[in-house]
Design a protein around this ligand. Structure first.
Ligand SMILES: *Cc1c(COP(=O)(O)O)cnc(C)c1O
Length: 430
C-alpha cells in the first residue's frame, strides 16, 4: 500500500524542485523519502500517516521549548487578531530589542529581519560600510545562510581566493571571501599578517553546528578577538544557531568573548521567521536611515513572529532552564556513547548546552577535514534504523542535533534503546 507520505512526496516533486523548500529537508544524503509532518506537541511529532517520532531536529533549533507550547500558541493567536502586519513600527519590536540587549549586551543596537540569511548578509554589509574594506574571512564548514558571498567553499590553503560553492555565484563575488580551517590559530595569524588591513570582517560560528557539531578551541576564539582588534577588523559571531541555545547569553557568554557584531535567528523567532543583527553602536549607526548602509524589509519585525519569539525568550529565562537543558542533552549523549561502547561500535559524541553532535569516528572532530573523515555509510544505517524506531534525527552525518525543554527522561531512555538496536544492525551489516 502506498503511504500518504509517498503520494505527497511524489506530487511535490512535480511542482517543487526535489519536493522540498530547503535542501536540508530532502533525504539525499541518507536515501529514502523525506517525512511529511502534520502535528507536533512537546518533544513529539506525527507524520501524515500517523506515525509518532521523538524529534531531535526541533525545526533545526527554534523549538527550544517544544512544539506547540501552549503559552507561545496563545500569545500568537491573541496578537494575530490585531492584524498580521503594519509595515510600521510597533512596541513589540522595542520589547524584542530590549530583551536581546539584556541577554546579549554586546548587541548595543539591533535591527530585526526575517531570517538568519538576511541577518548575516546585512551584518557583512554594515561591516564593509564601517571599515571601507571589501574582503571577509569565513571558516571551512561554517554555514552562514545562502547569501552569495557566504556560499564559498573552503579554499585548499591559506590565501587561496575563494571559489564559489554554488553555481550562480559569480567568481568576482567569491573572490572577496577568504576561507580558513576552523580552530587553526597559525593559519589565522598568517592571514592577518599578510592581509589584515584589507579585511572588513571575520564571520564565525562560535560553536559550529553546520558540519555536525564542532567545538571551538578557546585559544582560537581568543586569537580571533585579539587579531580583529589589532587590525581594525569587525568580528561577527554568527549565533543564529547558538544564540539562546548553548547558553542564555549565547556562545559569547559561554566562552567570555565579546564580538563587535552578532547575528541571531532560529530560537529568536520561536518557530516563526525572525532574525536579528546588531552590535557596537558606532558600527550599527552606519545603517540607513542614520547612515549610508542600506538595509530594509517589508515584514521585518513582524508583530506575530516577534510575539512568538518574545514568548519563547521569556520561557527560556526561567531559573535553571539552560542548566537543565544542558544536563538532559548530556545525558542523551552519554547514554548513546555508552551503548555504542557496549556494542563495540566506533562512535563518539558531545554536547554544548542544548546542541549535540554524534560521530562514527574514534574522537570528536575539531575541523571540517576531521568531520569529513567520519563513516557516512554507517551513519546512514544508524539514521534509518533510528527513524524506523520513531527517532527523528537530522538526515545527514553533518547535522547537529537539538534537544528541547520538552524532552523527558522517558524520551531519552527510548532513544538510547533505539540506538542499541541500531548499533546491532550496524554490526550485523558488517
Ligand atoms: C541556520 C543558520 C543560518 C541561516 O538562517 P536561515 O534562517 O536559514 O536563513 C545562518 N547561520 C547559521 C549559523 C545557521 O545555523
Amino acid at each position: 500500500m502506498t503511504s500518504k507520505n509517498q503520494i505527497l512526496f511524489e506530487k511535490s516533486q512535480q511542482l517543487i524542485p526535489g519536493g522540498v523548500n530547503s535542501p536540508v529537508r530532502a533525504f539525499r544524503s541518507v536515501g529514502g523519502t523525506p517525512i511529511f509532518f502534520k502535528k507536533g506537541l512537546g518533544s513529539k511529532l506525527w507524520d501524515v500517516d500517523g506515525k509518532e517520532y521523538i524529534d531531535y531536529i526541533n525545526s533545526w533549533g527554534p523549538m527550544i521549548v517544544g512544539h506547540a507550547h501552549p503559552e507561545v500558541i496563545e500569545a500568537v493567536q491573541a496578537v494575530a487578531a490585531n492584524s498580521l502586519s503594519f509595515g510600521a513600527p510597533t512596541g513589540l519590536e522595542l520589547e524584542m530589542a530590549e530583551t536581546i540587549n539584556k541577554l546579549v549586551p554586546s548587541m548595543e543596537q539591533i535591527r530585526l529581519v526575517s531570517s538568519g540569511t538576511e541577518a548575516t548578509m546585512s551584518a557583512i554589509r554594515v561591516a564593509r560600510g564601517f571599515t571601507g574594506r571589501s574582503k571577509l574571512v569565513k571558516f571551512e564548514g561554517c554555514y552562514h545562510g545562502h547569501a552569495d558571498s557566504l556560499l564559498v567553499k573552503a579554499g585548499s590553503g591559506l590565501l587561496t581566493f575563494g571559489e564559489p560553492d554554488s553555481a550562480g555565484v559569480p567568481a568576482e563575488v567569491a573572490a572577496n571571501t577568504l576561507t580558513l580551517p576552523y580552530n587553526d590559530v597559525e593559519q589565522l595569524e598568517a592571514l592577518f599578517k599578510q592581509s589584515g588591513e584589507e579585511l572588513a570582517c571575520v564571520i564565525v560560528e562560535p560553536v559550529v553546528g553546520n558540519m555536525n557539531l564542532v567545538k571551538p578551541k578557546e585559544a582560537f576564539l581568543k586569537a580571533l578577538r585579539e587579531l580583529c582588534t589589532q587590525y581594525g577588523v569587525v568580528l561577527i559571531f554568527d549565533e543564529v544557531m547558538t544564540g539562546f541555545r548553548v547558553h542564555l547569553g549565547g556562545a559569547q557568554a559561554l566562552y567570555g568573548i565579546k564580538p563587535d557584531m552578532t547575528t541571531l535567528g532560529k530560537v529568536i523567532g520561536g518557530g516563526l521567521p525572525v532574525g536579528a543583527f546588531g552590535g557596537r553602536k558606532d558600527i550599527m549607526s552606519g545603517l540607513a536611515p542614520l547612515g549610508k548602509v542600506y538595509q530594509a524589509g517589508t515584514l521585518s519585525g513582524n508583530p506575530v513572529a516577534v510575539t512568538a519569539g518574545l514568548k519563547t525568550l521569556e520561557l527560556i529565562q526561567a531559573p535553571d532552564f539552560h542548566k537543565n537543558l544542558a544536563a538532559q542533552t548530556k545525558k542523551l549523549v552519554d547514554g548513546l556513547v555508552g551503548a555504542a561502547q557496549k556494542a563495540g561500535v566506533t562512535f563518539s559524541g558531545q554536547s554544548v548546552g542544548g546542541m549535540f553532535g554524534l560521530y562514527f569516528s574514534e574522537a570528536c572532530p575539531t575541523s571540517f577535514d576531521e568531520v569529513m573523515a567520519s563513516d557516512k555509510t554507517v551513519f546512514n544505517t544508524f539514521f534509518h534504523s533510528m527513524l524506523e524506531s520513531g527517532i527523528y534525527l537530522g538526515p545527514s552525518a553533518f547535522e547537529a542535533g537539538f534537544v528541547s525543554a520538552a524532552h523527558t527522561k522517558e524520551d531519552i531512555v527510548a532513544t538510547i534503546a533505539a540506538a542499541e538496536k541500531a548499533f546491532q544492525k550496524i554490526l550485523s551489516d558488517k
